[in-house]
Design a protein around this ligand. Sequence first.
Ligand code: C5P
Length: 406
Amino acid sequence: MPMRVALGVGGGIAAYKAAELVRALTSGGAAVQVVMTDSAQRFITPLTFAALTGRKVITSLFSSAGDEDTLSSSIEHIRVAQEHDILVVAPATADLMAQFSHGLARDFLTTLYLAFTGPVVLAPAMNTNMWLHPATQDNCKVLESRGHIIVSPGDGPLACGMVGPGRMAEPMQIAEVVLSHNASKKDLDGETLLLTAGPTREALDPVRFISNHSSGKMGYALAAAAARRGARVILVSGPVKLPPPDGVQIVQVESAAQMRAAVLQHLDASTIIIKSAAVADYHLENPPKQKVKKTAARLSLDLTPTPDILAELGRKKGGRLLIGFAAETSNMVAEARRKMETKNCDMVVGNLVNQAGLGFDSDENEVTLVMRTGETVQLPRASKRAIAESILDHLLKLRLALYASS
Ligand code: C5P
């Protein structure tokens, strides 16, 4: 059965790009039902979408006056909600995002949103100031916390004359996110993913520790996506403030040594290992049992290296696929490639962690995949959830390529 996409089109200049999105989705094998807001119909006609999808476009909550079948038209949004696998809104205007965030149900699209229980993808498009306004950013955070995927707007000249973030992501990019999110896709069925996420904490005494800014969001997004795609997932997690993803077995650890022990314990069961944790590189070997008292004297710490878990896995991985992460502040691709070679990984996900709004603790990321095949793939800036789906897609493709060449 084709993936069934409900596509909401909001009223913005980018509405014309929704026509291209429809083409990209249908050529990817999806069946698309378009729902237009009133203002969207001022930018582009329903006829365009009807011609592209071969289906009547939904333009209002109630059928036109005089329609004898008022009951069926009043529950149409429930039917559309039940009969579609994914809800995509492109362009998602500031107003639509505010309505979704607050649960308003004023027209067909906002009512459909409330009735819909499946995955939601939003592609915002608006003027830079509107996008950067705290109200819009707050709404965005609320929508992301509900698990929706935000395909971030790009940077560039806008119809209003401003230059900056706000233009809708390219239709092909949105289509890729949607198609890779096929809820019925169970391409990790039969796999056991061993994942690590979050920071580690290395004790200095019973009350103090060394750690880093890792939030665990990338690893948790990978765990959630892999579980949704049918894998058994064992998530070895450092201390983070995230709820455990559905259907994932969590093993809580604190230190690098504990993480190593947990990973080695579950190594045999795994078929794919992803090490997204930001493991401390140094620790205090025998931390004092009592709290260190403050004195006037200077205090030096004599730290020793922690076990390099990834390198050890590289030696013990056998036929498993091993994916490492490289958080860098410069020379990212070269560093990722070096780590791939020295630690015997099949893929290293490199990201720069000194860019505003990206990397540690942010909801978005922009990563480059360096692969054993020699291929390097740069994924555009997107939510960690969307990046997680792409990493899993590439990892499966990589395994096929490695099999074919072995
Ligand atoms: O060399 P670097 O620490 O930057 O490598 C990062 C990668 O190595 C990550 O995948 C991280 O999870 C892993 N790592 C590890 N054990 C360490 C340090 C890092 O497994 N002690």
